[in-house]
Design a protein around this ligand. Structure first.
Ligand SMILES: NC(=O)c1ccc[n+]([C@@H]2O[C@H](COP(=O)([O-])OP(=O)(O)OC[C@H]3O[C@@H](n4cnc5c(N)ncnc54)[C@H](O)[C@@H]3O)[C@@H](O)[C@H]2O)c1
Length: 323
């Protein structure tokens, strides 16, 4: 499927991965590029680069779970393809489980319903490796059980099942992309932040990094520009329709090693503190990326060392002035 000449909407487009996806989509020459984000964690400044490259970028500060508002936007902008990246993040589900789960589910249901009613044609829905829970075997392929740990993961898995059900029952044209951990510039570093931005921020603020649990839990980390290239490849490939596709490097790293790499990249040689394990923390993640490679020809290009160096440079430039 060509994206060129199509009217495209990105939900959560002012967030971390969404804003990089917007940057990447500009190169595909859509006829219109529209972002819907309620700015829960997203920031207008994440779209500054995109605005410079594509001055006609349209932005709606709106809640994706509101049917009437979304219907209006889809109609007004004559949207054909929806990239659905809006989410409430995992750490929020540890404090506000019911609200987080409901938000994630209602957004997915609303978009599916509007798709069923013919308000757009194709839904590229963003899942998460959290939907698998901790690895029951590695590498984890798309058939791995959805043995979720947290309310966030449960809601992400349920949203995927809703999308799948609309594809099967109503013929909604969909792809579910399932990224594993993603990192890079613009990842939220404040409330509900992930380990990489937290560690960088602490070191820049003169504080020692903290590792929660024994640090031997593993993740499969992919640099954000690689993930968005995978999302676009999945959208373009007709053979991806109706499928779930993992996006990751296929390599795992322990949190201890990850923190060590960040410390090295920042020239930090001080103490590393240890805190209690985080509730329901996934123990092991390593993806099987055979499908993405064979079907889409997608292979991540940025090594972990290179990605961390780029990420540290970005936070340094941005936060250096503040600290
Ligand atoms: N970051 C990761 O490591 C990772 C890994 C796997 C999957 N994912 C998935 O990728 C997608 C994007 O995640 P991210 O890391 O960029 O998160 P993010 O928090 O940076 O972006 C999500 C965006 O959604 C917006 N949003 C939240 N609720 C909304 C609502 N009701 N209406 C409109 N907008 C709303 C937020 O303001 C934010 O800008 C999500 O589907 C997430 O589950 C992320």
């Amino acid at each position: 499927m060509e994206i060129a000449g199509k009217s495209v909407l990105v939900t959560g487009g002012a967030g971390f991965i969404g804003s990089h996806l917007v940057d990447r989509l500009i190169a595909e020459r859509p006829s219109r590029l529209v972002v819907v984000d309620n700015l829960f964690l997203g920031k207008r400044e994440n779209l500054e680069e995109a605005r410079r490259a594509y001055p006609d970028l349209r932005f709606y500060q709106e809640d994706v779970s509101r049917p009437q508002a979304m219907r209006r936007i889809l109609e007004q902008e004559e949207i054909e393809i929806v990239f659905d990246l809006a989410t409430v993040p995992l750490p929020a589900s540890l404090r506000r489980p019911k609200w987080t789960s409901r938000s994630i589910l209602e957004m997915a249901l609303n978009l599916c319903e509007l798709g069923r009613l013919g308000l757009y044609r194709t839904l590229i829905h963003c899942s998460s490796s959290e939907a698998y829970g901790s690895a029951q075997y590695v590498p984890m392929d798309e058939a791995h059980p959805l043995a979720v740990e947290t309310p966030y993961a449960a809601a992400k898995a349920a949203a995927d099942l809703i999308v799948r059900s609309y594809a099967r029952t109503f013929g909604l044209d969909t792809v579910i992309v399932r990224p594993f951990n993603t990192y890079g510039p613009r990842q939220n570093e404040r409330q509900y932040a992930g380990v990489i931005p937290i560690v960088i921020r602490r070191i820049l603020s003169g504080l020692p990094p903290i590792i929660f649990g024994d640090g031997e839990q593993t993740r499969d980390y992919t640099f954000v520009t690689d993930i968005v290239a995978g999302i676009v490849a999945a959208a373009r490939h007709e053979g991806a329709r109706g499928r779930v596709i993992n996006l990751a490097t296929g390599e795992e790293v322990t949190i201890n090693r990850l923190v060590q790499l960040i410390c090295q990249a920042m020239g930090y040689e001080g103490r590393i503190l240890h805190g209690p394990p985080r509730a329901a923390d996934v123990r092991r993640h390593r993806a099987d990326v055979t499908l993405a490679r064979s079907l889409l020809g997608w292979v991540p290009a940025v090594s972990l060392e290179e990605g961390i160096a780029r990420t540290v440079a970005w936070y340094r430039e941005r936060m250096g002035a503040r600290t």
